[in-house]
Design a protein around this ligand. Structure first.
Ligand code: GLN
Length: 473
């Protein structure tokens, strides 16, 4: 059976449909779901022009790319033409990108067409898309609940079939957790898989560029195009992403038992156990393993990531670009007021924590200590991967929570990241796989984690399982 993306590309190339048709359909669908507040802008004019160019090339018998005529959405922290790049902040409310992100260029070179930009927590700081300066995004399955975050908008447009794929960024869970909350696939690739160039930086040592789609196969196809070395991002790896690899039978899978303990929602535990049964039925061997250091990962993350944020966000001073406060009398006042007005509370909280842990008096006690612990975490993963091919945990401790439920309690909000943060600190690939539903009908996902550069194999494993039993949806 052909995947959603393959079907579109095949039909566009055979002129059974047109790229214009696909774009018009996606734009119309986007207009029908405005109450979810998943999109911050549409890039309709540019998208339709690009669609016509592709249709013309096909009519002339010219070759078109692997994603010819496929509409997609980018999270609004990717620099892209056709609408401002806001990072869902007042700081960048009117920022028109002077260039496009490398991965957007790569997708466009294969004929994909960006139709709009999705909502996020401002500067990607958050796990619910409630921190957007422009308002909250609603969950695709239950509008009274959060979309997850920070890439909430991209998850929702994928779940509601506006587009067959959407881009997100994942620093500590921002693709996997909203994928889990909305019942779609989402990948945080191996650190360095796809270029970060032209994407608003959050925490440079864990920022990754990934995507959402309705099948593992489509995620793999899109990632194989995004992947590869970029001279403008020196952390990128040479292209290793082979979307045609398939997972061997009889894999050894370790389930991290600390991630199924008492604090985890009962439905999440039972859906994870059912997924384990499906893995066993498919002939894989599944063993419970312990990884005691994992309980400190959240503490490491919320020291290291704010430190990097405070440094990356220093560039927004109201001078070169971004919001500038009016009538400031001194330079210090200009900096202070521009930043105070341009950032949301959560941005400021992280800048303050980050500056604190990097300050000379506390650097050794917090930042250095967290980096040492991070090395131990990486070693613990390495030891497990000597014995297991993959590791499994739920993606999040609960299904989507209610809008407002955690909004005023940052620590409660951070706890929602407990399962997604550990692979981020270790740079490992991890995929959210829709695995089932809670008793009240909310999607629940499991997270499959693999050794570095096993991204395509993880996706294959998940895809095979969906084909065996037809998946859960
Ligand atoms: N929720 C996590 C945080 O707030 C992850 C964010 C992200 O991956 N961008 O840091």
């Amino acid at each position: 059976m052909m995947s959603q993306i393959e079907t579109i590309v095949t039909e566009v190339k055979k002129a059974q449909t047109t790229a214009r048709n696909q774009v018009e359909r996606a734009l119309a669908k986007a207009e029908q779901i405005t109450e979810y507040h998943a999109l911050l802008s549409l890039t309709a004019e540019r998208a339709l022009q690009r669609a016509d160019d592709i249709d013309l090339a096909i009519a002339r018998g010219e070759s078109v790319g692997k994603l010819a005529g496929v509409p997609f959405v980018v999270k609004d922290n990717y620099l892209a033409f056709g609408a401002p790049t806001t990072a869902a902040s007042k700081m960048l409310e009117n920022f028109d990108a002077p260039l496009q992100a490398t991965v957007v260029e790569k997708l466009e070179a294969e004929g994909a067409i960006c139709i709009g930009k999705s909502n996020l927590d401002a500067f990607a700081h958050g796990g619910s898309t409630e921190n957007s300066y422009f308002g909250v995004t609603h969950n695709a399955i239950d509008e009274s609940r959060v979309a997850g975050g920070s890439s909430g908008g991209s998850a929702v447009v994928t779940a509601l079939d506006v587009v067959p794929f959407a881009l997100g960024t994942d620093t500590g869970g921002s693709i996997r957790q909203p994928a889990s909350f909305n019942g779609v696939y989402g990948i945080k690739p191996t650190y360095g898989t796809a270029s970060r160039y032209g994407v608003v930086a959050m925490a440079s040592s864990t920022d990754t560029m990934g995507c959402f789609a309705k099948s593992a196969e489509d995620v793999a196809l899109v990632m194989s195009i995004m992947a590869g070395r970029d001279e403008r991002d020196m952390t990128t790896l040479p292209d290793f992403f082979d979307s045609t690899v398939s997972a061997q039978p009889g894999r050894r899978i370790g389930v991290i038992k600390e991630m199924l303990d008492d604090g985890v929602d009962r439905d999440v535990v039972s859906v994870t156990r059912q997924y384990i049964d499906r893995l066993v039925a498919a002939g894989h061997s599944v063993t419970e393993v312990s990884m005691s250091i994992i309980k400190y990962a959240l503490a490491m993350y919320y020291v290291i990531v704010p430190a990097e944020i405070s440094s990356n966000l220093a560039r927004y001073d109201g001078v070169r670009y971004g919001h500038r406060a009016e009538n400031a009398k001194t330079l210090a006042e200009l900096y202070g007021r521009s930043r105070s007005e341009g950032f949301v509370t959560e941005n400021k909280r992280r800048i303050m924590v980050g500056s604190y842990v990097l300050s000379s008096g506390f650097f050794d006690a917090y930042y250095l200590q967290a980096q040492k612990a991070r090395t131990l975490l990486i070693q613990a993963y390495n030891e497990l991967f000597d014995q297991y091919d993959f590791l499994l945990t739920p993606t999040a401790p609960t299904p989507a929570f209610a809008i407002g439920e955690n909004a005023n309690d940052p620590v409660k909000m951070y706890l929602a990241d407990a399962m997604t943060v550990p692979p981020s600190l270790a740079g490992l690939p991890a995929v959210n796989v829709p695995a089932g539903m809670s008793s009240n009908g909310l999607p629940i996902g499991v997270q499959i984690i693999g050794p570095a550069q096993s991204d395509a194999v993880i996706l294959s494993l998940a895809g095979q399982l969906d084909q065996v039993d037809g998946g859960t949806r």
